[in-house]
Design a protein around this ligand. Structure first.
Ligand code: FES
Ligand code: FES
Length: 165
């Protein structure tokens, strides 16, 4: 069949530190590939057009909307999902802070929120509440009213800065 009508392609990528080789439908977005083919259901599919942030993950170290990227475009990339961040232990303090501050209710937004907050915290320092709010502004939460989420991120930023003294 001509490439013009190609419906599948083979990709190789790293997902959470593991080599993955797969045949994917050319129109399948990354979130669906991770959820349906690899069982990594921490990346949530909400709006599926780049608005809500529920699908946020890391691609080559950058936070990325999994619903706006085709799995085929991730060929050769390093992808890290909320499962990988959790297994590495790099967001354990943030996850604890979310629990202590009641920064989640239904939890649908939480993986994307954590991935986005982790990206800000990795820059170091203690960002002001407006900076935190701005950084998380692409992640929607229907439940919490956001204040508790800002509190949790601010708490972790302060604790990390204190630990470096
Ligand atoms: Fe990707 Fe909403 S599901 S931004
Ligand atoms: Fe329900 Fe954020 S906790 S959408």
């Amino acid at each position: 069949m001509s490439d013009l009508f190609q419906t599948e392609t083979q990709i190789r990528l790293m997902v959470n530190g593991q080599k993955v080789k797969a045949r994917v439908r050319v129109g399948q977005h990354l979130t669906d590939f991770l959820r349906q083919e690899l069982g990594l259901t921490g990346s949530h599919a909400g709006c599926e057009h780049g608005v809500c942030g529920a699908c946020t993950l890391r691609v080559n170290g950058e936070i990325t909307r999994g619903c706006l990227m085709l799995a085929a475009q991730a060929d050769g990339a390093e992808v890290e999902t909320i499962e990988g961040l959790t297994e590495r232990g790099v967001i354990a303090d943030l996850q604890q802070a979310f629990v202590h501050r009641n920064a989640l209710q239904c939890g649908f937004c939480t993986p994307g929120m954590l991935a986005t907050a982790a990206d800000l915290l990795a820059r170091g320092g203690v960002p002001g509440r407006e900076v935190i709010r701005d950084h998380l502004s692409g992640n929607y939460c229907r439940c919490t009213g956001y204040e508790a989420i800002i509190d949790a991120v601010e708490t972790v930023a302060r604790a990390r800065a204190e630990a470096l003294k």
